[in-house]
Design a protein around this ligand. Structure first.
Ligand code: NAP
Length: 277
């Protein structure tokens, strides 16, 4: 029997999901498999991927390829990119693998390798796998890439962890810029930067209990995934999950505009630039 899927296609193809061993990525795997997509799932914890695959293959009657490994490592990243380039019917890529850190970048004792791993994973793997997936998606003129960013990508102030916020900012900015290029050539391929706020997952430790954000939440991973999939119908590129998260982003925008040194004054005469213009 034909299952209803968010793309409303008769022949759902393959969905590649990174970071599918827990949290939001696992939830993407559960929901997309229930809609008839075959899956390729990637993460480091092989045993988690194996039990997820066994459960979903049995329950949903789809096929799942598991590829365990560390996507922050260039060789593994490259091997996944080559694998993706060969999938003729790739319909969905979810660049979701990510992590947070309690390390302090400016501390002399901080572990720089953690930050480089984050940079490679959030920015490097996202860009590399997008490039790989876009080859067949552009040829087929169909497909969607969900890059899992964060409201952190839109909150670039305060004393929060700079590498997490900045790498997420890259994801949102890059997603938007690449979508604009696709729009220019009237491609039907869609890109989404999904920006959740606090969501109950293992990013908060093995208990998976997130605290609320300033204006509400936390959310559950299924809610985030459903908002992401619903956004396929519209042209929005930056998708903030939930009104309470929009409120949090907007509050920070207000603060930012009032801060000296962050944005150019509209009054050019005070900057000296007006003479050059
Ligand atoms: P999670 O449950 O900890 O999931 C993170 C996933 O990424 C796991 O499957 C993990 O699998 C995988 N991963 C981490 N490092 C990896 C690496 N080097 N190579 C391959 N896979 C790796 O947390 P989550 O909240 O669902 O996180 C998913 C995404 O949502 C992240 O990008 C996160 O930044 C974003 N996000 C989360 C929240 C939130 O409140 N939860 C809010 C905004 C954005 P292995 O450990 O098995 O490799």
């Amino acid at each position: 029997m034909l299952k209803i899927n968010f793309m409303e296609v008769k022949d759902p193809g393959i969905a590649v999901i990174t970071g599918a061993s827990s949290g939001i990525g696992e939830s993407f795997a559960r929901i997309l498999s229930s809609q008839g997509f075959d899956l390729v799932v990637v993460a480091r914890r092989k045993s988690r991927l194996e039990s997820l695959a066994a459960e979903l293959e049995q329950k949903q009657g789809i096929s799942i390829e598991i590829i365990p490994g560390d996507l922050s490592q260039p060789e593994f990243m490259e091997s996944i990119a080559s694998y993706i380039e060969k999938i003729n019917n790739i319909d969905v890529l979810v660049n979701n693998a990510g992590f947070g850190t309690g390390e302090n970048f400016i501390s002399k004792n901080s572990n720089i390798h953690v930050f480089m791993q984050m940079l490679n994973l959030h920015c490097g793997a996202t860009a590399r796998l997008m490039h790989a997936a876009l080859k067949k998606m552009r040829k087929n003129d169909r497909g969607v890439i969900f890059n899992i960013s964060s409201i952190a990508s839109l909150i670039l102030h305060g004393s929060r962890e700079p590498m997490y916020h900045s790498t997420k900012a890259f994801i949102s900015a890059f997603t938007e810029m690449v979508q604009l290029k696709l729009n220019f050539i009237k491609s039907k391929v869609k890109l989404k930067s999904i920006c959740p706020g606090n969501t109950h997952t293992e990013i908060f430790g093995i208990s998976g209990n997130a605290g609320p954000g300033k204006f509400g939440g936390p959310m559950y991973p299924e809610e985030v995934v459903n908002i992401a999939l619903n956004s396929y119908k519209n042209r929005d590129i930056i998708v903030i999950t939930g009104d309470h998260n929009v409120d949090e982003v907007m509050e920070w925008r207000e603060v930012a505009y009032k801060k000296p040194g962050r944005y150019f004054s509209k009054d050019f005469s005070k900057t000296g630039l007006s003479k050059k213009l």
